[in-house]
Design a protein around this ligand. Structure first.
Ligand code: AMP
Length: 393
């Protein structure tokens, strides 16, 4: 089964609303990484080249106060968008009203209007029905291409398509669903999942589902210490979610033979200003010390478990990789994955994606998801509301 895609729509001369993910990292007016804009271009270019009048909607950052509004003004994206593709771009500094409606009405075929940040509207995150219906009234068709937002039922992701007949996914969402869907439903085996990051509580669903579908699940990062504690190990002042120890035990029981935990750890006496750094066996962390990275034996063991893998899904760093002293585990795992021959290697967005990019390995992966939260929920087996609303062909 596959979703209706933008290729299935007749878009010439029509007003097509596209929900894109322009939630780009920025410092002031400077966009520090325009990857998300680039990732939206195949759909945008297809539509402008096929004579659509394109209305782009996206959120940018979190918007609660007027100060947040000023910080997350979509006009910075409009400038970059005009630089990276050929169609004319009109930015509308409004999320409703005459200025927006007139700009849309005045559009020529092949032109683009980019609206101000969807989150300037309080009703966006609540999927306010009036707002979804209003935005839908500005278009004839809707294309869902914001993979990073499809796990959220908002007015721009679900409200608009609920009000229109002609709806489709864009090329980015199509590609994400193809790659992640294959890993989830019909992976080439062996399928190895590597999970890291801070908390068990953020990844319960995904650990649970991957234990069912993957051949091996390797766990590193901050969440591994809750597992070590559940095993009766000493974890010093490492990250611990005491209320998740029973769950960790359950996972270890269910995952016998396929769940792999660190065998050693790099510990330090302080998080931000460490003066003593040592490698110790997992579960033997010294009092007053905390585990901040996987150790060399764990790296070697994880590398062994990855030998011959045909599908790999990776989400979450193996340690506090923001500090180079504790980035070794994440870097070594990243290098190992980049060097796997003949395997489909997928990074589920977020920090692991940044690590791969910073190390210059991004090109070596089969797929780096543009949606951390969305790819995790998808791999949990959850329905993504922004995808569910688009019909199958
Ligand atoms: P997540 O968003 O859950 O993937 O978590 C990413 C964060 O986990 C990063 O900021 C890492 O610094 C942090 N992290 C990874 N390992 C550890 C650890 N051993 N102790 C504390 N934080 C960690």
């Amino acid at each position: 089964m596959s979703k209706v895609t933008v290729r299935d729509l007749d878009v010439k001369g029509k007003h097509v609303i596209v929900r894109v993910d322009f939630n780009v990292p920025h410092k002031g007016d400077v966009i520090t990484d325009d990857n998300r804009i680039q990732a939206a271009l195949p759909t945008i270019n297809y539509l402008t080249e096929h004579g659509a009048k394109v209305l782009l909607l996206s959120h940018l950052g979190k918007v609660k106060t007027d100060e947040d509004k000023a910080k997350n003004d979509m006009s910075i994206v409009a400038k970059r968008l005009a630089e990276v593709q050929d169609a004319p771009v009109t930015f509308v500094n409004a999320t409703r009203g005459e200025e927006l409606e007139n700009a849309v009405k005045a559009q020529e075929e092949g032109s683009i209007v980019l609206m101000q940040n969807t989150r300037y509207e309080k009703g966006e995150s609540k999927n306010d029905p009036e707002l979804g219906a209003y935005w839908a009234s500005l278009g004839d068709a809707f294309v869902e291409d914001a993979f990073g937002s499809v796990h959220r039922a908002h007015a721009s992701t679900v409200g608009i398509p609920s009000n229109l007949k002609e709806v489709a996914v864009g090329f980015l969402v199509e590609k994400e669903l193809n790659v992640l869907g294959k890993a989830l439903n019909d992976p080439q085996r062996p399928f190895v999942a590597i999970l890291g990051g801070a908390k068990v509580s953020d990844k319960i669903g995904v650990i649970d589902n991957l234990l069912k579908i993957a051949d091996k699940v390797l766990i590193g990062g901050g969440m591994s210490y809750t597992f070590a504690a559940a095993n009766g190990g000493k974890i010093g002042t490492s990250l611990l979610e005491a209320d998740k120890e029973d769950l960790a035990k359950e996972f270890m029981e269910k995952g016998k033979g396929k769940l792999f935990l660190p065998v050693d750890t790099v510990e330090a006496n302080d998080f931000s200003n460490p003066t003593e750094i040592k490698t110790v066996k997992a579960g033997e962390i010294d009092d007053g010390f905390m585990g901040l990275d996987i150790g060399p034996e764990t790296i070697a063991d994880f590398q062994k478990q990855l030998e011959g893998a045909k599908t790999v899904f990776w989400n979450g760093p193996m340690g506090v990789f923001e500090d180079p002293r504790f980035a070794v585990g994440t870097e070594e795992i990243c290098k190992t994955l980049a060097g796997l021959d003949g395997a489909t290697t997928i990074i589920g967005g977020g920090d692991s994606a940044s690590a791969a990019k910073n190390l210059g390995f991004a090109e070596k992966f089969s797929h780096i998801s543009t949606g951390g939260g969305a790819s995790l929920e998808y791999m949990e087996g959850k329905e993504l509301p922004g995808v569910a609303i688009i019909p199958e062909k």
